[in-house]
Ligand binder design. Sequence first.
Ligand SMILES: Cc1cc2nc3c(=O)[nH]c(=O)nc-3n(C[C@H](O)[C@H](O)[C@H](O)COP(=O)(O)O)c2cc1C
Length: 327
Amino acid sequence: MSEQLSDRTTAACLHAAVAAPSMHNTQPWRFRFDGSGFDVYDDAERALPATDPAGRALHISVGAAVCNLRLALAADGWVSRLERPATAGGPVRVVPVATRDPSPDIEALALAINRRRTNRGPYDDAAVPGAVLEALRRAAAGGSTRLVVLDPVRRGAVLAITQAADAWQRTDPRYRRELARWTSERGDRRDGVLAPWFGPRATTAGLPLRDFGLALPRLSREAARFERHPTLVVLHARGDTPEAWLDAGGALQRVLLTATLHGLAVQPMTQALEVAHLRRMLAAPGGVWHPQMILRVGYGGPVEASRRRPLRTFLLHSHRRENPCER
Ligand SMILES: Cc1cc2nc3c(=O)[nH]c(=O)nc-3n(C[C@H](O)[C@H](O)[C@H](O)COP(=O)(O)O)c2cc1C
């Protein structure tokens, strides 16, 4: 890289990265910028050992943050190279290597980063047009990832398996303790899922959304009718390794940003992927494609952005250059 990134670009990249989704809004990322590239580490203290023992969701969150970081770089005119972790637990490295004017598509996706939200409210009964679902499919399609739109039969099966997973988790004290740690009524927290983001209770039968109020039984929550036939899509990765999970995170983020551009609301509903014996039931025949994310998509109301911690709390010190975000 002949030119250096400006402090403004560096800060914009890090802000974009931490805007990514993460399970229970744990924000499990650490970053180091050394003047020539960004190292993205996962933050083991923010792992979810009961719900995500293998670190699959953690890697997906890292993959999504890396995708945002690279998009912010691209929107600022930088082509970047991705270097995968050399050793287990090592960082993903993003290195700006050349300059190039961003395409309108890249600019639009980058602008969607701060508009994207998880929407836990009810969606319209209106069907999502085929062309929009096709745009989501294209956003996910890479050699190593794919998105499948569920037909009514598969949707019924996935909902039934999710219902079983949800019931299983509710009785698991470790799951409940972990959820309690990451959910709160307190409005001053800047991580976790806070009460205003829990969404209403669904009165519609057969829609097993995660109950973020499980650990707060006295919290009063509205009830609402949700869509009767939710549109569900499943993201698969070719393989089930940390590398495949990082790829899935990148594909997830491209899908979420594309959905945002199309005015679609999205909610991950991943309980079925967190109970090993039930997740196996969702694997595609042939053993190649592994389910990594289940999304409910549709048209919903507005949602406020969820919180993020201050940028400095994500930064690891670098000896080579003072980081502009640490001031
Ligand atoms: C791997 C993963 C799994 C998730 N599972 C769920 C889920 O089951 N239900 C849900 O409502 N949100 C789920 N989410 C969304 C997160 O809770 C959300 O990203 C986080 O609270 C931050 O909010 P935001 O997406 O609006 O920025 C998941 C996100 C990720 C990355």
